[in-house]
Design a protein around this ligand. Sequence first.
Ligand code: DX5
Length: 247
Amino acid sequence: MAPPPPPPPPPPPDDRTTAERPGTDRPFEIVPSVLPADFATLGAECAALEAAGVDRIQFDIMDGRFVPNLTFGPDVVAAVRPHCSVRFEAHLMVHEPDWMFEPFVAAGCDLLIVHAESVLHLHRALGKVREAGAAAAVAICPATPISAVTHVLDLVDMVLVMTVNPGFGGQDYIATMEPKIAELRRHVDDHGLDVDIEVDGGISSATVAGAASAGANVLVAGSALYRDSEGLAHAVSELRSLAEQTR
Ligand code: DX5
């Protein structure tokens, strides 16, 4: 059997100064995934995340078809909405999710993340997210190149580069995504686009610097927040500090 292909080469050294790399002036945002939270008390869990200083909260919406896991729908998000005031984003790990856009906006989500791999007509789907009244973001799985999204960057506020295969929390960070993050950051900056880059999956104190250095500025973490023995606020503050130290 042929040996596995070598990992992709590291991104070329970026000899531009920070000032010449506009993407590096984007503030870091720490966004918890609620996947590890206690679903029996999700409202209180989200209030605790807000108190811990998160910038917004991500709801992992899984349909059992796009990913081999099943979580919850807009009714659960709507039930949680009154318990805190931070913005909500819905990560739609859903096959053909167009019918869900309006219900999730009505439930209180400000940002909807659509997987490029989940729709036949991505450009149309992102336009429908904006018509529904939410900001739009597009997500790409580990095997998906940035070329899958370069023609819709004018429609989105953010690109989510998955650093695990979607469907479960607690997976190992895929470091070979860092060249892809750097390539996307260069593309966004070189085209003068106002687009955040979010990463999701295996983000922790051990991996956040690599993702931030590559160009991500929105950092989703689930298990790393909940396993911090010093509590949520410490975990949020530590991730933010470690990201900021990369600049
Ligand atoms: C993947 C899930 C996870 C979750 C965070 O489908 O979306 O990435 O948000 O998981 P961990 O525990 O790796 O931070």
